[in-house]
Write a protein that binds this ligand. Structure first.
Ligand SMILES: [Zn+2]
Length: 236
């Protein structure tokens, strides 16, 4: 279906040009959408051999709402210009961490690795971003497990956690309330790093959702413990 977008050209004139399509997915959250075009420019003049148009769009998926750019090449046939969509890219900026302060303090490496894996995903590195998400999960689980060691043999146990496999760490050191999400995230994470994919019907979105759920479960546990420590018993 041919769509139209309003462009500002190099002479300062505004006019409508046809484009073969508007972006159909958001490059940040991958949701299917009808993009909201906030504005567009077209380069050069009609006599130039090569012309491009860049549209600034906003994701219409409520929780995301990211701003991204859509690149078009302009093809002129029979005097009629048409923009053909080449690619959509998220704006490159250092995104504020989507994790709470408690999680950022608990595991800065988790947050950093997660952001880098997201960046890889947004830039089309679909074969390797999963391994990054899997790595971030390992830091989250192990940093949390280590943070809970309080006994005299903490140092010995810390070394055990560092060397344990991710699934061992989840089994032996995480509270039950966190295990369900963490184990499932680990299963999908393994699929991202191994030749054989056991969960072929699940994808990177499920992996990210489960990592986020693991972080939320940890967050919930930490916040609850904070208030229990502040208010251990009813006041008489
Ligand atoms: Zn989006």
């Amino acid at each position: 279906m041919i769509e139209e977008i309003e462009v500002l050209d190099s002479t300062g004139e505004r006019r409508k040009i046809s484009v073969n399509q508007l972006p159909v997915t958001c490059p940040r959250c991958n949701t299917y959408l009808s993009a909201n075009v906030l504005g567009a420019i077209v380069t050069g003049t009609k006599s130039d051999a090569r012309r491009d148009a860049i549209a600034v769009c906003q994701c219409t998926s409520g929780p995301c709402g990211s701003i991204f750019t859509a690149f078009y090449t302009i093809v002129t046939e029979g005097g009629v210009e048409e923009g053909r969509l080449l690619q959509s890219r998220p704006l490159e900026y250092s995104a504020p961490s989507e994790f709470s302060e408690a999680i950022r303090n608990l595991s800065p490496v988790f947050c950093l690795t997660y952001v880098q894996a997201s960046y890889a995903e947004e830039n089309g590195l679909s074969e390797i971003c999963g391994a990054g998400f899997r790595r971030s999960l390992e830091f989250l689980c192990k940093d949390f497990a280590i943070s809970r060691l309080k006994t005299d043999d903490a140092e010995v146990r810390k070394n055990k956690i560092i060397r344990s496999s991710l699934s061992q760490c989840i089994d032996e050191y995480l509270p039950d309330a966190i295990k369900d999400a963490a184990h499932r995230a680990a299963w999908l994470g393994n699929d991202e790093t191994h030749y054989y994919r056991a969960w072929s019907e699940r994808d990177i979105r499920d992996l990210k959702a489960l990592i986020q759920l693991t972080a939320k479960s940890i967050d919930f546990t930490l916040e609850m413990e904070h208030y229990i420590a502040l208010m251990p018993a009813p006041k008489m």
